[in-house]
Design a protein around this ligand. Structure first.
Ligand SMILES: Cc1ncc(COP(=O)(O)O)c(C=O)c1O
Ligand SMILES: N[C@@H](CCCC[NH3+])C(=O)O
Length: 479
């Protein structure tokens, strides 16, 4: 893409399906999303800034719905809120008719406050507290996915106490090792989630639940991990889960009617990553479950899937301002070369995936065109960690300088939702954009007041230390 003889730095990456679908180029060579110039968004809302392309998210929801609807008439799509949840996203997902998977009291509270119907939610988590479970049961959450024997006992106790009979699913561990980073693979034996089928825990969980009149066992759940490209792991897991349903039917004479296959579909963070089209994934999953159900001689269960990243990840980019550009001479066995460290005004606090998983992503200069030849850069944040690296090796135009805007693509999932206040930085704002509409701030930027609001010495309601050396000034100790 060229402008007045100069090229935009990002035009050649549009086709790779990495940037939000509404991404375009302004007349003078800057990046826009849904017609909104990123320079204008940066000026109005500040940086770092998450820019969410609303229509991209909604289109992907529709694609998942129609992909599954075209191969089965009994599949529910739950958006996995852990990827990114706020009031606006919950309302949009609700309006699309999807369900919602929540896994903490916090996610549940945001969803309930947004008006999301509790009966279209599933509640996950390997250590839900009594308080969280009580809120879930009191508000009528659709299904509780139990993950431990303690939890079965807790849910049964709370259900009896408040007089409800919640629908229960059992999270299975099926010995499937997903091909992804170890920290986000979740169905092999040696990790914290689920009841193992192999060691008999899952079978005992079925018995435990069936013996409790306060609980209504409706099915099983599997989730093999996240950022997975092939269908094989999902199919193997589906096959084993159906085998387990067959075992339950043979042992107890009951057909559990629901099978939730979890989330995990991968997205492209770089041009060489090729996610499975959802139409293919849907076809293969439904075929695998159908043939396994026939083999086990059980009725075809109602299916559910829980995509998080695949729906929201590609919809969003993070916009940063460059603060410093520092060429560093690197000496190694082969001689020496220059690596240019480009520091931006965020970093591992708004995107911890590179530091946590060695994840990589795509970035570009988005505020102006240039003809400068690319140079080898490292995109780094502003935190006090040498490992605060957003992109280890990337090419940026050789004239990149302080004040330029760079964007990092595909940051909609597990970026703002995993953001921290490390080094006491305020967490960034999220602005949603759509064509022909004014930008909508859906999460405001945190302020310094937000940061001190939990600090009991600095809040205005509290006594401010007089600086004396005593441990603190008053208050009687234990008598
Ligand atoms: C139970 C469950 N469902 C769904 C998801 C969503 O995963 P993803 O965002 O990879 O689709 C996760 C996260 O891995 C999960 O733990
Ligand atoms: N946080 C992980 C995914 C975990 C999914 C939740 N079980 C990531 O960024 O890839």
């Amino acid at each position: 893409m060229t402008t007045l003889g100069r090229r935009s730095h990002f035009g050649n990456t549009f086709d790779a399906g990495i940037w939000p679908r509404g991404t375009g180029c302004t007349g003078d060579g800057a990046m826009s999303v849904a017609g909104h110039d990123l320079r204008t968004l940066a000026a109005e809302f500040g940086t770092p800034l998450f820019v969410l392309d609303h229509d991209d998210l909604i289109e992907r929801c529709g694609e998942w719905e129609s992909a599954f609807a075209s191969v089965t008439d009994s599949c529910d799509i739950y958006y996995a809120g852990k990827a990114f949840l706020c009031g606006a996203v919950a309302q949009w997902i609700n309006a699309e008719g999807l369900g919602l998977d929540v896994c903490t009291g916090g996610e549940l509270a945001v969803a309930l406050r947004s008006g999301f119907p509790a009966d279209r939610m599933t509640f996950h988590g390997n250590n839900k507290s009594v308080g969280e479970l009580r809120t879930a049961l009191n508000s009528g959450v659709g299904k509780i996915i139990v993950d431990s024997f303690e939890e079965i006992e807790r849910v049964a106790g709370i259900a009896a106490e408040i007089g409800v009979r919640p629908k229960i699913m059992i999270r299975l561990t099926l010995g499937v090792r997903a091909r992804t980073h170890d920290a986000i693979a979740t169905a092999h034996e040696d990790q914290k989630f689920g009841f193992s089928v192999a060691d008999g825990s899952a079978g005992r969980a079925v018995e435990e639940i069936l013996h409790r009149p306060d609980l209504h066992l409706v099915g099983v759940h599997t989730h093999i991990g996240s950022q997975i490209f092939g269908a094989e792991g999902f199919m193997l897991s589906a096959d084993r889960a159906v085998n387990f349903l067959g075992d339950v039917q043979r042992a107890h004479g009951i057909a559990l009617g629901e099978l939730n296959l979890g989330g995990g579909a991968g997205i492209a963070y770089t041009a060489d990553e090729n996610p499975l089209p959802v139409s293919k994934l849907a076809g293969e999953l439904v075929a695998a479950v159908t043939s396994a159900a026939n083999r086990e001689n059980i009725p075809m269960p109602r299916l559910a899937v829980e995509p998080g990243r695949a729906l929201i990840g590609p919809s969003t980019l993070t916009l940063y301002e460059v603060g410093t550009v520092k060429p560093v001479t690197v000496r190694d066995a082969g001689g020496s070369f220059t690596r240019t460290y480009v520091s931006v005004d965020g970093g591992m606090s708004d995107n911890m995936r590179p530091a946590l998983y060695g994840a990589t992503c795509t970035s570009a200069l988005v505020s102006r065109p240039t003809n400068a030849p690319d140079i080898m850069c490292r995109l780094v944040g502003k935190h006090c960690e040498a490992g605060d690296i957003l992109i280890r090796d990337l090419m940026l135009p050789g004239d990149v300088q302080a004040g330029d805007l760079v964007a990092v693509a595909a940051t909609g999932a597990y970026n703002r939702s995993m953001a921290s206040n490390y080094n006491l930085v305020p967490r960034p704002a999220v602005v949603a954009v759509a064509r022909d509409l004014a930008p909508r701030l859906i999460i405001r930027r945190e302020t310094l007041d937000d940061l001190v609001s939990t600090d009991m010495t600095l809040t205005s309601e509290c006594e401010v230390s007089d600086g004396s050396a005593v441990r603190w000034s008053s208050g009687a100790g234990p008598s």
